[in-house]
Write a protein that binds this ligand. Structure first.
Ligand code: ATP
Length: 256
């Protein structure tokens, strides 16, 4: 069964069809696959990612995760099923330390539900300890543990991307959606980011990545979908899609 299936997805904003009937499949092979989603500005990539990740509702079509329709589920329910999207560290989160950012990213805890029930204090403490251990493991995976006590706002662009990734890891994801992971990342950090994503994929996490930097796509993605004018133009290996004249035309704005 495919990990993710997008079937006939559409999203209209007034008269504009931002997503105009998209089909997309992630096979969910053991070992984790990294799939790229590329295309010129305004192609509909972010809108598609927003719908898959529960940020927006589709006008028509279906999204299936491991065979189950997830089209109407909010983000926390999707996270519970293993589908997580990363978000930029907001100004508020920037005030918190790296470790605090991770602790806030975890799923709802007993403590939140039962905080008023003093009898559960011990259970809450145990959960806190377990959460700190999970956060430590996540930060070690992205090599940020040494910055656990640093305010998130003081991190470099690349370190912030690693923090976003580690926040996603707190939810123990099966599939992570990334919107432009390499944007604002210095070249030296780009390699670290690529290695980190590859390492996570090798451990069994699948990725669907929107990325404008085609060198990053070439380095990371085994399979690439190309979108233009709300539709999937073509798919295949990076070499196949970039060798397709329709893709070149779409990027040059000659013909969608
Ligand atoms: P980019 O690479 O520039 O981020 P994209 O491929 O992600 O582009 P989208 O951001 O999905 O494209 O936008 C697709 C189209 O939908 C664009 O024409 C955009 O202006 C329009 N659009 C996106 N969000 C909205 C919205 N909330 N309201 C109205 N129009 C929107």
């Amino acid at each position: 069964m495919p990990l993710l299936q997008v079937l006939g997805l559409q999203k209209a904003y007034g008269g504009l069809q931002a997503v105009a009937g998209v089909d997309l499949d992630l096979p969910g092979v053991p070992g984790g696959q990294i799939t790229g989603l590329i295309g010129p500005n305004g192609a509909g990539k972010t809108t598609l990612l927003n719908i898959i990740s529960g940020v927006e509702r589709a006008s028509a079509g279906r999204v299936l995760l491991q065979g189950h329709d997830i089209g109407a589920l909010p983000q926390h329910r999707l996270a519970a099923r293993g589908l997580v999207r990363t978000f930029q560290i907001s100004r508020d989160l920037g005030q918190l330390t790296v470790l605090e950012n991770l602790l806030l990213a975890r799923p709802r805890q007993t403590g939140e539900k039962l905080l008023k029930l003093f009898a559960h204090g011990r259970l809450v403490r145990q959960e806190e300890e377990a959460a700190i251990e999970t956060a430590r493991a996540a930060l070690l995976k992205v090599n940020l543990w040494q910055l656990a006590d640093a305010p998130a706002a003081t991190l470099s662009g690349g370190q912030k991307k690693l923090l976003e990734l580690s926040r996603a890891l707190m939810l123990k994801p099966r599939l992570v959606l990334l919107d432009e992971p390499a944007a604002g990342v210095a070249p030296a950090m780009e390699e670290i980011l690529i290695d980190t994503i590859r390492g996570l994929a090798a451990e069994g996490v699948d990725f669907l990545i929107i990325e404008h930097d085609l060198d990053v796509v070439a380095a990371l993605c085994e399979h690439v979908y190309v979108m233009a004018a709300g539709k999937i133009l073509t798919q295949g290996s990076f070499a196949q899609v970039t060798g397709d004249s329709r893709v070149v035309e779409a990027y040059l704005g000659l013909k969608p």
